[in-house]
Design a protein around this ligand. Structure first.
Ligand SMILES: Cc1ncc(COP(=O)(O)O)c(C=O)c1O
Length: 332
């Protein structure tokens, strides 16, 4: 058993769920939520904070600041608490209550933006607030996960080699796209080492990352209201867009079989199942990355009133309970 003295030293890198007996689907799900920050964003957060320390960008009175939809904020809050830095997280109204409470418990100050920018949505509004803070006070150090290469380097160094080692015969890798740090780190690694592996990006309908029209999105994590600066589409072989309701339905199907995953895992698995059904690669070895587990989403993805609100007032159908989702979605 590992013994740690810093919370970012522990991470389970080798847990996969085989969806064959679970959903009758030829897909392995790599679980990235087994660390003390509860999500894949611990990797990017640790790599980014290590780099600002290494590069001498922090002085005794520095204040870390970052925009986050939740998980990166929780991870930076945890690392900042462990290393003694003050931290301000700028989030928006879609951030889970659980994530906000976690950040505050670690001693971070959380600023919630309530009005989206008319063009760039909540992300633009959050970034504008971060830039205001930095312009007004030189003590702020913006970690900038959106453009910081250490974000994708974290996955180039850990996530992708771990998948490659566990699945020497990997054919397809499905990766959700938020900042695209996970996607670009994995895509670069496989392009350099095993270019025959197909890299499929999974994004939410309403995200503009791959050129689609902007639209309302409720599930935090995946998708973006502005084009991710670090995205290089030439490294990506295919893109699947998933409607949020399909992501929710997939989460409920998995929960009905005892696996409680987060909303972006529902998106990635839903997109992967559709892609595999459409392309039908023969005996392909396919892996999807699961960014986090579902407990932080009990008040959203797993809450019938939230799901009903997401479907909109025109929907006559009641949001099914988990078990009903499992039955009704058997024909998906
Ligand atoms: C739950 C969840 N899924 C997916 C992502 C996207 O990962 P990336 O920013 O590496 O594209 C995030 C990012 O915040 C996240 O919190």
């Amino acid at each position: 058993m590992p013994i740690v003295s810093r919370p970012d030293e522990f991470n389970v890198e080798d847990l996969y769920v085989d969806l064959r007996p679970v959903l009758d689907a030829p897909l392995y799900v790599k679980c990235e939520g087994l660390n003390l920050a509860g999500s894949i964003k611990l990797k990017a957060a640790a790599e980014i904070v290590d780099a600002v320390e290494r590069d001498g960008l922090l002085s005794r009175d520095s204040i870390l600041v970052e925009s986050s939809s939740g998980n990166l904020g929780v991870a930076v809050s945890m690392i900042a608490a462990s290393r003694g830095y003050p931290f301000v997280c700028v989030t928006d109204t879609r951030c889970n209550g659980a994530a906000k409470r976690l950040m505050e418990t670690f001693g971070a100050r959380v600023h919630t933006v309530t009005q989206p920018d008319p063009v760039g949505g909540f992300l633009s509004a959050r970034l504008a607030y971060v830039q205001e803070l930095c312009a007004a006070d030189p003590r702020y150090v913006w970690l900038n996960q959106y453009a910081n290469p250490n974000n994708w380097i974290a996955h180039y160094r850990s996530t992708a080699p771990a998948v490659a080692q566990r699945f020497p015969d990997l054919d397809v890798l499905f990766v959700g796209a938020g900042t695209t740090g996970t996607l670009m780190g994995c895509a670069r690694y496989f392009r350099e080492t095993r270019s025959e592996v197909t890299i499929v990006a999974v994004d939410s309908v309403g995200s503009v990352s791959f050129g689609g029209p902007p639209g309302a999105r409720m599930i935090p994590g995946l998708g973006s209201g502005v084009r991710p600066p670090m995205l290089e589409e030439s490294f990506v072989d295919d893109v699947v867009l998933v409607a949020e309701m399909d992501a929710v339905r997939t989460c409920h199907r998995l929960a009905a079989r005892g696996f409680l995953f987060g909303g972006s895992t529902g998106t990635v698995v839903s997109g992967a199942l559709r892609w595999l059904a459409e392309h039908r690669p023969d005996n392909a070895t396919a892996v999807a990355l699961s960014p986090d587990f579902g407990e932080r989403y009990l008040d959203s993805v797993y809450e019938p009133g939230w799901v009903r609100a997401m479907r909109g007032p025109d929907s006559l159908e009641d949001p099914p309970r988990t078990q009903q989702f499992a039955v009704s979605s058997a024909h998906d």
